[in-house]
Design a protein around this ligand. Structure first.
Ligand code: HEM
Length: 420
């Protein structure tokens, strides 16, 4: 057992990340067993940086094929819902090859100009002197539009993608979804992403767009998926449904969290905002420190394929193993003064995109670009951010999402753009 705090207590997570508890666990119980309520079977909870990287690297022993959340889907459920993120090599390697070129550092650099222009538009429209909800006015607007551009999604209806993606990821928050995982009977939705009714809606939306694209292919990512072949076969309808959903889900909410939680960090550390404004050359290290600090995805789960040992714990074949990036990002054996938010931190080998394994976030260069550009544009316009009310967190231990971030903006003006 882990001891004092129940890592499954989502009401606790709704109030904040239990950093102190993770610090204790790293010291006293680096890999600990956590019981779960039936039908779930419990999991190994991995808290130290080094153990998270070791397990991420060893995909033969720590498989993603049984899913990456706490849920324990059946083989049939998995077959209906499997995406690149819950596929092991060698199949994973084939799927990744289809999309890796579109997300390489070089391919993403092409979008810099677009992201800068979009960000300026969003700030012109949404940023004012005085109080506003930063999530609504700024953070939610950029990532989905960038994704839409890369994937070739129609501009109309993007709000629907944001809405469905949010409801899927926050499948444990009763304010966001009417079917709450862990509380309600979700059996009817077990074949859909996140075991959620909104997963079906996202698939349906994707199918309409795919049908349009089949009639008029282009050079966007969706057309790449439609042309792709694995072992000589085109992707099946189910594969397309799932590829579409993982890209929309993984690429939107995560980046929005980094941006919104990043501004919360600057509200709490105004001296770091002053530092960034004084020296825009710090944008690169600032973006990575924001990513380490905010850790948008708290964990990924693996399943042991054989009896093994990790961090002194004897893990049995079939056991669930949860890799807490959010704890590893504060591990004192990797980061000096891990509880200091320091925008000059270098090196900064954080775990927010995973580390060491083949599932390393596909969108790593895109997410970094977006965070850097948005921070840079804000630093040119805003003298200071202040918290104007309590931030509203999503009730989840999977995502570090904010539903609302009331801030008071001390607007400096619309300064001319600079390089990022
Ligand atoms: C700040 C933003 C982001 C964060 C924190 C993040 C985090 C992660 C994490 C932790 C993983 C799993 C790593 C592992 O299991 O080893 C992952 C995988 C993935 N991410 Fe991201 N992500 C972000 C942005 C994006 C964007 C913009 C996209 C673009 C579409 C994206 C697409 C994906 C995909 C497709 C995977 C699965 C990759 C695979 O299994 O090979 N992510 N991401």
């Amino acid at each position: 057992m882990t001891g004092a705090v129940d890592l499954n207590d989502l009401d606790m997570w709704a109030l904040g990340v239990p950093y102190d508890e993770f610090a204790r666990l790293r010291r006293e119980a680096p890999v600990a067993w956590v019981d779960e309520a039936p039908p779930n079977s419990g999991f190994w909870s991995v808290h130290r940086y080094g153990d998270v990287v070791t397990a991420s690297r060893d995909v033969a022993t720590f498989s993603s094929a049984r899913g990456i959340s706490f849920e324990e889907p059946t083989d049939e459920d998995m077959a209906a819902r499997r995406t690149i993120i819950d596929t092991d090599p060698p199949d994973h390697t084939k799927l990744r090859k289809i999309v890796s070129g579109s997300f390489s550092q070089r391919a993403i650099a092409v979008y810099q100009h677009f992201v800068e222009g979009l960000t300026e538009q969003v700030l012109d429209a949404g940023l004012t002197d005085g109080e506003l909800d930063f999530v609504d006015a700024v953070a939610k607007e950029v990532p989905i539009r960038v994704l839409a551009r890369i994937m070739g999604l129609p501009g109309a209806g993007l709000d629907q993608f944001i809405d469905l993606g949010d409801r899927l990821i926050a499948n444990t928050d009763p304010d966001v979804t009417y079917v709450v995982w862990g509380r309600d009977d979700t059996d009817a939705f077990r074949r859909f992403p996140f075991r959620s009714p909104y997963g079906k809606q996202l698939w349906d939306l994707g199918r309409q767009i795919v049908a349009d694209r089949l009639r008029a292919p282009g050079d966007d990512l969706l057309s790449t998926l439609l042309r792709a072949e694995v072992d000589g076969d085109r992707l099946s309808e189910v594969d397309l449904d799932n590829f579409f959903s993982i890209l929309v889900i993984a690429g939107n909410e995560t980046t929005r969290i980094a941006i919104a939680q990043g501004i919360l960090a600057f509200c709490e550390h105004p001296e770091q905002w002053d530092r960034l404004r004084a020296d825009p050359a710090m944008l690169g290290t600032a973006a990575d420190e924001v990513l380490r600090w905010t850790c948008p995805t708290h964990f990924m789960r693996r399943t042991a394929t054989a009896d093994t040992e990790l961090g002194g714990a004897a893990i049995r074949a079939g056991d669930k193993v949860v890799l807490w990036y959010v704890s590893g990002n504060r591990d004192e054996s990797e980061f000096a003064s891990p509880d200091s938010f320091d925008i000059g931190r270098a090196p900064n080998r954080h775990l927010s995109f995973g580390r060491g394994g083949p599932h390393l976030c596909l969108g790593v260069h895109l997410a970094r670009l977006e965070v850097r550009v948005v921070l840079g544009a804000l630093a040119r316009r805003v003298e200071r951010f202040e918290l104007a009310g309590p931030p509203r967190r999503i009730r989840s231990n999977f995502t570090n999402g904010l539903r609302e971030l009331p801030v008071r903006v001390h607007y400096a003006g619309r300064a001319p753009g600079g390089g990022t």
